[in-house]
Write a protein that binds this ligand. Structure first.
Ligand code: FAD
Length: 321
């Protein structure tokens, strides 16, 4: 029986959704594999590990250490390598998140192993598994295989559906001691922006504004719509560059890559660099006053009109539902 490690990702004491998606991906790689959830965190690891088991892992391995409070390359690499050396897995799945993007190549290099990153779908199983990933800013997809060593992949959040949660599911949770040392960086302080609702990378619905929103205040109607929909607010780089919103909202080639169920692009022209971050969304709605705007070429539904008329009407309609 093969063994696949599914790495969870904890933030502020809670698991991010991608953690559960790594378990589903591990099952897709090999239905019969022993899926071992891995939780690296500074606290509460047993509860998090049990949650991973509820989402389909067979057992869980945790490393709890104060140096794992915030992600740092050195501490997490040491913790992850200790787990991998202990378990000697056939497969490893991590989230293609900002920390996963940093950690996975370090691990691959230490293992002298290949890595397929940013996987959005899996075909076949273990020996002949093929991993599908977008290339050329999402214009095409390639299918990759790992011919040797550990089957090591990172998965793009929101693409591989998690398995159904079963709270009656149980499994062994074991803990591993790690001697984390020689840290070249430590986090002195984390300054978080005031929470603006739903996490953009994990949101099912995103309302994104572009330069057409025209000002910081122009984003207000978008926030109101997002509140009604339980959505996160995102932005084009045009809007960020113009100072209408923070760069943490930027979606695109040099921003976040998102794949929500519903993406509402408001006053965004649809430059290729923006499409790179959102064109794989399941349903795209574009609102733009220019009927020739490129965003309509990728949209499933388009509304040609002034966003300042359309968005309040949409919000009212949704309030009335
Ligand atoms: P614009 O192109 O100015 O479009 C504004 C749109 O709003 C227009 O289509 C207009 O018709 C519409 N509009 C105006 N007023 C209204 C109204 N009242 N009602 C309805 N519609 C209205 N861009 C990104 O988004 N993300 C990236 O990660 C990114 N990375 C980049 C990396 C590189 C190396 C480079 C060179 C560029 C990158 N860009 C990125 C920038 C990108 O090329 C575009 O400049 C940017 O996406 C344009 O933003 P925009 O669509 O908001 O603005």
């Amino acid at each position: 029986m093969s063994k696949i490690l599914a790495f969870g990702e904890a933030r502020d004491g809670e698991l991010r959704n991608v953690s559960f998606e790594t378990i589903a991906a591990a099952r897709q790689i090999d239905q019969d594999a022993q899926v071992v959830a891995v939780v690296l965190a500074d606290q509460n690891t047993t509860a998090l590990a049990e949650e991973m088991i509820h989402y389909g892992a067979d057992r869980a391995l945790v490393v709890e250490h104060t140096d794992l409070k915030e992600y740092t390359s050195d501490a997490y690499t040491q913790a992850a390598m200790t787990v991998i050396n202990e378990e000697d897995p056939d497969g490893i799945v991590m989230g293609h998140t900002s920390s996963g993007k940093d950690l996975s190549p370090r691990i691959a290099s230490k293992l002298d192993n290949g890595l397929v990153s940013d996987v959005t779908a899996i075909e076949g199983s273990l020996e002949d598994a093929k991993f599908i990933r977008p290339i050329y800013s999402g214009k095409a997809f390639e299918k990759k295989a790992l011919n040797d060593g550990v089957t090591f992949v990172t998965i793009r959040p929101n693409n591989i559906a998690p398995l159904e949660k079963d709270e009656s599911r149980s499994g062994e949770v074991s803990s591993l001691d790690v001697d984390i040392k020689d840290l070249r960086t430590t986090i002195q302080e984390v300054i978080r922006k005031a929470s603006e609702g739903v996490d953009l990378s994990e949101a099912n619905i995103i309302v994104a504004g572009g330069r057409g929103v025209k000002s910081e205040e122009g984003f207000e109607p978008l926030y109101e719509l997002a509140d009604e929909l339980g959505a996160a607010v995102g932005a084009s780089r045009g809007a960020c560059d113009a100072g209408y919103c923070d760069y943490s909202l930027q979606i695109g080639q040099t921003g976040k890559v998102v794949t929500p169920d519903l993406y509402i692009a408001v006053g965004i022209s649809g430059a290729i660099q923006h499409l790179a971050g959102m064109s794989n969304s399941k349903v795209i709605v574009a609102i733009n006053k220019d009927p020739e705007a490129n965003i309509f070429n990728v949209a499933d539904y388009g509304i040609v009109g002034d966003l300042f008329d359309v968005i309040p009407k949409l919000t009212e309609e949704i309030k009335g539902l």
